[in-house]
Write a protein that binds this ligand. Sequence first.
Ligand code: SLL
Length: 114
Amino acid sequence: MAPPTGKRVKGVQIFRPFVYGTTARPFDEKTNPKPPGVPDDHTHSWTVFIKGIDDVDITYWLRRVQFKLHESIPNHVRMVEGVKGQPFQIHETGWGEFEITMKLYYVPESSEKP
Ligand code: SLL
């Protein structure tokens, strides 16, 4: 393979499938107990994730992901570094719904901007 030039290659498109989404579960004594130290007003645990289809590794093309959460959440801009074979994800607790922005940072040899 030719060494990376730092420039996008004209006329070449590369597609990589991935899955992103969120899940949320209400606390429940039996199935989803509230962990110790979680504030009284928190009602749910939730997760936001980016991963490969059927959990296939995507760290060979995706290096890190910035998740921008609601400002009410401590440290609401989070950078998640890729770990081979693991989803890029954040697991938290809270009380409300909000939008999340995800910024994808590709591996340097792709020469693609986030
Ligand atoms: C709104 N939908 O638009 C609301 C915002 C924010 C939710 C909901 C905080 C958790 C924490 C939390 O759940 N915020 O304190 O860690 O105004």
